[in-house]
Design a binder for this molecule. Structure first.
Ligand SMILES: [Zn+2]
Length: 136
């Protein structure tokens, strides 16, 4: 029996979601679509230089799945660089964005998925708005 597909967790949004070669009109440009989990794999493994084991557990996927996501990300980035394609980062299916929430009332911090707009503080029970990581 196939295992159910599990969500991959990412901890933020890329600051820029579109990259394009300079001086090439959009209409003639081929596009590569990088999914958010591929972007996160690149960020963890190549930028933060985490061990795959560690990065995989952070994204809540197996080490093998992480390797597959990262391999696909490398292939796409290379394709964009080699062929001068535009690159788009897209929120793919099965990706759960995790946001850090800080209670406005008591300062307690915890994590929720991005689908939640407001959350109830597990510490004091106060409803609070979402604050993204790094934003106070
Ligand atoms: Zn609270």
């Amino acid at each position: 029996m196939p295992r159910p597909k599990r969500n991959r967790c990412v901890s933020g949004n890329p600051t820029v979601t579109y990259f394009k070669p300079r001086g090439v009109p959009m209409s003639t440009l081929a596009r590569v679509v990088l999914t958010l989990d591929e972007f996160e794999a690149l960020r963890l493994a190549d930028f933060e230089q985490q061990y795959h084991e560690e990065a995989a557990s952070q994204m809540k996927v197996s080490r093998a799945t992480f390797g597959r996501i990262l391999g696909s990300a490398h292939q796409k980035v290379a394709d964009a660089l080699v062929h001068g394609k535009a690159m788009l980062i897209e929120h793919g299916p099965g990706v759960l964005r995790i946001a850090a929430v800080k209670c406005e009332a008591c300062g307690f911090m915890w994590e929720v998925s991005s689908e939640t707009e407001r959350a109830i503080c597990p510490s004091c029970g106060q409803a609070t708005g979402l604050t993204k990581k790094g934003e106070e």
